[in-house]
Design a binder for this molecule. Structure first.
Ligand SMILES: Nc1nc2c(ncn2[C@@H]2O[C@H](COP(=O)(O)OP(=O)(O)O)[C@@H](O)[C@H]2O)c(=O)[nH]1
Ligand SMILES: Nc1ccn([C@@H]2O[C@H](COP(=O)(O)OP(=O)(O)O)[C@@H](O)[C@H]2O)c(=O)n1
Length: 227
């Protein structure tokens, strides 16, 4: 079987994980998995885990590890024949250890973006919930205000991008991410990118991935919807 490629993209809320994942999925044909989208789909579908998750997300808190791993690991087990890029998971050391026992990661991208930049971006973030496409009124506005470019459907803002939840989320990220970053550093798979503009970081990520991704993995260009 062709060699598969498994990567994780980490970074605080607003650091550009979604934006960069989309570019990676398009350029390299990896299936893009977004844990945030998956949680929101569970909330929309009113699953037990979704109802529980909502009470945390509304307050800008992380969903407990056992809920996240129960939601995501079965999904990854269905992906044994795909190369993928995971956005937003693991968020804690416990999640990283659970992921470790399911698969061997090839690469971890960590985005290091200044706090003020994150705050600015998130207050201006608009999403097309069905596809996960993300817009910013300054950086990449939709062609028609308030509407998704492809489907024409309305854009929304996440509840947890509101200022009250935002400050808690950004503070929390630093504390929980450090041990995960240390773990991946010790495995020799961590690559950190710093800056204030996605367009300046992207060429470095692009060239790194060009050297790492076997061309046989670059076959599947769709964004795999989570069930
Ligand atoms: N001004 C500006 N906005 C950006 C840049 N890169 C991404 N964004 C926007 O910032 C917001 C957060 O990006 P997103 O990819 O959703 O970050 P995530 O929370 O890490 O997944 C979105 O509204 C993006 O459109 C950038 O370089 N400059
Ligand atoms: N592994 C994860 C992923 C998401 N979440 C929750 O889901 C919310 C939205 O996730 P997201 O990945 O879309 O967040 P952003 O970093 O893109 O803003 C997070 O702020 C957390 O409350 C979590 O608790 N644990």
């Amino acid at each position: 079987m062709a060699k598969l490629f498994r990567a994780v993209i980490m970074g605080p809320p607003g650091s550009g994980k979604g934006t960069i994942s989309e570019r990676i999925a398009q350029s390299f044909g990896l299936a893009r998995l977004s844990s945030g989208d998956f949680v929101r789909e569970n909330i929309a579908a009113n699953t037990d885990a979704g109802v529980l998750a909502k009470t945390y997300i509304e307050r800008g808190l992380l969903v407990p590890d056992h809920v996240m791993t129960r939601l995501l690991l079965p999904r990854l087990e269905e992906m044994t024949r795909h190369s993928w890029l995971m956005d937003g998971f693991p968020r804690t050391l416990a999640q990283a250890k659970a992921l470790n026992s399911t698969c061997d990661l090839d690469l971890v991208i960590s985005l290091n973006i200044p706090y003020e930049t994150l705050k600015e971006r998130l207050s201006d973030r608009w999403i097309h919930p069905a596809s996960g496409r993300v817009y910013n009124m300054g950086f990449n506005p939709p062609h028609v205000q308030g509407r998704d470019d492809i489907s024409g459907e309305p854009l929304i803002q996440h509840d947890d991008d509101k200022p009250e939840a935002l400050v808690a989320r950004l503070r929390h990220y630093k504390d929980v991410a450090k041990p995960i970053i240390d773990l991946y550093k010790s495995k020799g798979i961590l690559h950190t990118f710093s800056g204030t503009e996605t367009d300046r970081i992207w060429p470095y990520i692009n060239s790194l991935l060009s050297t790492k991704i076997p061309s046989t993995s670059q076959t599947d260009t769709q964004r795999i919807p989570m069930p």
